[in-house]
Design a protein around this ligand. Structure first.
Ligand SMILES: [Zn+2]
Ligand SMILES: [Zn+2]
Length: 407
């Protein structure tokens, strides 16, 4: 049995609490794991501090929901080459990253549309400006009860702005540890990384590897957010023994091949993956290697560069995806042989995931074809995108019909 001790009051003392911060009674709770316990289930710590209800059996990752809990809604916002996600559940909301400084306006108007008056949490996964730049927009719009950041200081304008606005809005600033949990309505968010010792030993070579990694659980559904964590942090997390499985993976570092290692991905084994990445970015993200790995584990891939804002809804049991640029149609690169052996109109498997191919897109030439077009056979495998959906959707994505097969 794992016990969770709410020590918001203690945290306050340990925090970088800005002067004028006087929200001890209203601050969002961060439920802190017993010191040193991390993900171990065998550590029991008795404490005089408030202990939350213990209904959850050890090792269970489900959260108990009732009808009134409604849905968990996650919006992966298209902020070009950057990350920004808005989460809302049971009337409470939070952001995990906010995109580049120039995305501040988008974040501001999105939160206005959503009618958010105050965010419960902001997680700034790591100090790079493509993650925290636009958080200024969020802080100016509605502030937050608590800002979680892995770094106390960082030499950049974006970081300075974020901390300044956090100060102005009396936001509690917390450096989280593995095992800490947050609640958002009926959803639970567990912090899995980074580990405090990483900073002390100076082991981390890259700021990406101090990314806050957290797992959101709602009912029997779960989502893993990894910031820009690279192989080094992924491997550390594997060694920690944490339960990494999640239905949805926010793919690390915009689909770069420095991240999403095979062993890590197998441990997560997501059914769906979201890549937050800019169209025509200069880094070559997402990498074909990572796209192939995602295909190998059978994950449907959603991409902000192709589909704009992506809305994921969980009712606690089922996940629904809706995308700005075409509704509910993941762009998946299916296994080639599977696509070739299946009749074009066949609806295979019971998983609900579509593997039927309506069109084959050439990512290089931006032309699209019927699957039996002779050009498809000549196409380089790495440029092929097997697409299920309508002709209009493909055209909206910027592809032109092949002049030979006239799809
Ligand atoms: Zn990034
Ligand atoms: Zn980064």
């Amino acid at each position: 049995m794992r016990k969770k001790n709410t020590i918001a009051a203690l945290l306050m003392a340990a925090l970088l609490c800005f002067s004028g911060c006087a929200q001890a009674d209203t601050g969002a709770d961060v439920t802190r794991a017993p010191a040193g316990a991390q993900t171990q289930e065998d550590t029991e710590t008795e404490t005089a501090l408030q202990t939350e209800d213990e209904a959850q059996p050890a090792g269970e990752t489900e959260t108990a929901l009732s009808d009134k809990d409604g849905t968990l809604d996650i919006y992966f916002l298209d902020v070009g080459e950057g990350d920004a996600a808005f989460l809302t559940c049971g009337g409470e909301s939070m952001m995990i990253d906010g995109g580049n400084p120039e995305d501040s306006d988008k974040i501001f108007s999105f939160l206005t549309q959503q009618d958010v008056t105050q965010l419960k949490y902001i997680i700034a996964t790591h100090p790079h400006s493509d993650h925290i730049g636009g958080l200024s927009g969020a802080l100016v719009k509605c502030g937050a009860q608590t800002l979680l950041t892995p770094a106390d200081s960082y030499d950049s304008d974006a970081f300075a702005d974020m901390m300044r606005y956090a100060g102005e809005k009396n936001v509690q600033v917390v450096k989280p540890s593995p095992g800490d949990t947050l609640t958002l309505g009926g959803a639970e968010i567990e912090i899995l990384a980074p580990d405090e010792t990483d900073f002390q030993t100076g082991e981390e070579t890259s700021v990406n590897n101090i990314s806050i990694i957290c797992k959101v659980t709602y009912g029997s559904t779960s989502m893993l957010f990894t910031g820009d964590a690279e192989a080094e942090e992924e491997e550390e997390l594997l060694r920690s023994g944490a339960d990494l499985h999640a239905d949805v993976l926010k793919v690390g570092h915009h689909g770069s091949d420095t991240s999403t290692g095979e062993e890590f991905l197998r441990s997560v084994s997501p059914t769906d993956a979201v890549i937050s990445v800019g169209a025509d970015n200069s880094y070559g993200h997402p990498s074909q290697t990572v796209l192939d790995r995602l295909t190998q584990v059978g994950a449907a891939v959603y991409r902000t560069d192709l589909q704009g804002d992506i809305h994921l809804q969980s009712d606690g049991t089922q996940l629904t995806f809706e995308t700005e640029k075409q509704a509910q149609q993941p762009v998946t690169r299916s296994n080639v042989q599977q696509a070739q052996t299946q009749a074009a109109d066949e609806q295979p498997q019971a998983s609900g995931e579509q593997t039927r191919t309506d069109y084959v897109l050439n990512a290089n030439t931006k032309k699209f074809h019927y699957p039996d077009c002779p050009s498809v056979a000549k196409m380089s495998e790495k440029n092929k995108i097997y697409y299920t959906g309508t002709r209009d959707e493909v055209i909206q994505m910027g592809y032109e019909p092949c002049a030979n097969c006239n799809p």
